[in-house]
Design a protein around this ligand. Structure first.
Ligand code: FEO
Length: 167
């Protein structure tokens, strides 16, 4: 595997791990603030990000690279509102997408078509995750501070759960 690409994939492991920890922290916030549906949503998202991370770890190692497991930074847990939670969700997904796009770009520059092909799964996954994050934030903006709106949002959110593509 090309060294520069291996470095980028190892950085991506870190971003997926960070997203997984962030969503677990968001699930905890929701759980302790009475939003059990939102908590379930983020528990599941956290697990999915872990799957994204592990898939990269295995890919690097199977190709004679060396996957590096990063230290876990403390994620944010100081959310003031449900709105802030969903703003953070979209920001996190947009950040991950930008990093994946950069890997794709570098693969083309360095003619690493093998990794380019592998990364297409992540491109498709990000498209879906960003769309869900944007839809949920749009709904939060409509609801605003309306308490009964929050109740219904919490009850219905798992209908928006992202279906994982087969690995
Ligand atoms: Fe794996 Fe949603 O970033």
């Amino acid at each position: 595997m090309i060294a520069e690409i291996e470095t980028l994939l190892n950085e991506q492991i870190k971003y997926e791990a960070k997203a997984s920890a962030q969503y677990l922290s968001m699930a905890c916030w929701a759980d302790t603030n009475g939003y059990n549906g939102v908590a379930d949503f983020f528990y599941t998202q956290s697990e999915e990000e872990r799957v994204h991370m592990t898939k990269l770890v295995k890919f690097i190692n199977e190709r004679n690279g060396h996957a590096i497991i990063p230290a876990v930074e403390k994620p944010r847990d100081d959310f003031k509102s449900l709105m802030e939670l969903f703003e953070t969700f979209l920001e996190s997904e947009e950040f991950v997408t930008s990093k994946i796009n950069n890997i794709i770009y570098q693969c083309l520059q360095l003619k690493d078509y093998n990794v380019h092909n592998f990364m297409q799964w992540y491109v498709a996954e990000q498209l879906e995750e960003e769309a869900v994050a944007r839809t949920l934030l749009d709904k939060m903006k409509i609801i605003g501070d309306d308490k009964s709106g929050h109740y219904l949002f919490d009850r219905d959110i798992n209908g928006f759960q992202i279906e994982e593509e087969p690995k």
